[in-house]
Design a protein around this ligand. Structure first.
Ligand SMILES: [Zn+2]
Length: 414
């Protein structure tokens, strides 16, 4: 263990709350944070312990403090990030209000695909996760233990909001990857995680690891499903919308229509990825699920998240992703990068103070999205909701990433 970081002792209290007891802070390089809270970020902890995940504007002050706290951490512990912040002439003491958060350096997700940028030594990380990656290029994000605790609290609250917790055993069909040591993707970890909301009587994976690679076997899934349909336990699906759609379509074509036990549910996440050409409207998928499995739309839940922004977005009953207190979504003009406000299409910027180990507090995705006023949804939640409507051409993002990479490598004139 490097001398500059001394042991931190954690004590955990279950039931959704926890205590974090850092024994001592950095000895040689004080980070400027309140003594004893170097790795125990008190505002972030308070934010993630919030009981109302959709408190909206009411959480702005606490969110700002938690972001400033994280910014101070990155500024002190990540030389590459500090170089970038200095280039943009911003220091932790410059963050004094919510509007100041717009000044924080924004790191493009593409940057994490080509550079390994961490703020704590890799051997101190609790877990590392990767994005699914296209063409073998993927982001690698490290998580510290404390961030994982914050994340656990968030998952508890979000799952509570969507009534996903249950003591009743269920049969799970995972329309995604079977976990394997060679697979560190966040989407696989999340899919497995979702099978703990209710105790598993049985789990079946559509993509099984055989002879060094993954193979899809929907035939086997249909047979398993026919067996599950005769059992008294509800069935829960978790996985990619693409495979869910392919499975339902296959069953429909073969005339296999089931009536799954009451309270069966479909959970979707991970996007359409390489199957984007086959993507169908949500309504088409919902209608098919009711016809083929007897699962109604109000029993379909969708998640959104990214390894570079590990916030669990959970849709509302109208299937919109409202922004929870743990994060903020900013839409920026593709050309000028100016924030656009509501109802305008632009690049999606995501902010969260959750992670300390990697400087992902403010990232720019290559997604195009739109932010709507919460009230226009009609579900009762006031916090804004966003829609992802596509991807921007990679060229613009690459230019942006190349500029940032220059600073990170110290090649610029600072
Ligand atoms: Zn809503």
């Amino acid at each position: 263990m490097p001398a500059e970081i001394t042991q931190t002792k954690y004590s955990m209290v279950v039931s959704g709350t926890f205590l974090l007891t850092p024994v001592s802070c950095h000895k040689e390089r004080p980070c400027g944070l309140e003594k004893g809270y170097c790795m125990g970020r008190k505002y972030c902890k308070r934010l993630f312990q919030g009981k109302d995940p959709f408190a909206g504007k009411k959480s702005n002050r606490l969110f700002t403090k938690a972001m400033r706290e994280n910014f101070a951490f990155q500024y002190t512990h990540c030389p590459e990030y500090r170089r970038l912040a200095k280039a943009e002439k911003i220091r932790p003491e410059d963050i004094n209000g919510y509007a100041d958060l717009l000044k924080l350096p924004i790191l493009p997700t593409l940057l994490f695909k080509h550079h390994r940028i961490f703020s704590i030594p890799e051997n101190q990380m609790f877990i590392k996760a990767t994005s699914s990656g296209t063409g073998g290029v993927f982001s690698k994000i490290g998580f510290d233990f404390e961030s994982m605790l914050y994340g656990a609290n968030m998952v508890i609250q979000m799952a509570k909001y969507r009534h996903l917790w249950s003591f009743r055993p269920v049969n799970y069909i995972i329309l995604g990857y079977q976990p394997h040591k060679s697979n560190q993707t966040a989407v696989t970890k999340t899919a497995l995680g979702a099978t703990f909301f209710a105790p598993a009587f049985h789990r079946t994976f559509a993509l099984q690891y055989k002879n060094g690679k993954y193979e899809v076997d929907l035939e086997r899934i249909i047979k398993t499903l026919q067996k599950y349909a005769k059992m008294p336990f509800p069935v829960r699906f978790m996985g990619f919308p693409s495979y869910t759609y392919f499975l339902l379509k296959m069953m429909e074509e073969r005339g296999i229509f089931l009536k799954l036990p009451p309270d069966s549910m479909i959970m979707l996440g991970g996007g359409w990825k390489q199957f984007y050409k086959e993507q169908v409207e949500k309504e088409v998928l919902y209608e098919l699920a009711e016809r083929v499995l007897g699962i109604r739309e109000d029993h379909i839940v969708e998640f959104f998240g990214a390894v570079e922004h590990p916030i669990l977005y959970c849709d509302c009953k109208n299937h919109h992703f409202h922004v929870p207190i743990y994060s903020r979504v900013i839409i920026r003009d593709v050309h000028t990068m100016k924030p656009l406000g509501y109802d305008k299409v632009g690049l999606v910027q995501l902010m969260t103070p959750m992670v300390a180990a990697t400087p992902v507090l403010s990232i720019m995705t290559d997604d195009l999205g739109i932010l709507h006023r919460g009230e226009t949804c009609g579900c009762g939640l006031k916090s804004p909701y966003f829609e992802i409507i596509g991807r921007v051409g990679l060229k613009d993002i690459k230019t942006c990433a190349a500029g940032a990479a220059e600073f990170l490598q110290g090649g610029s004139k600072l």
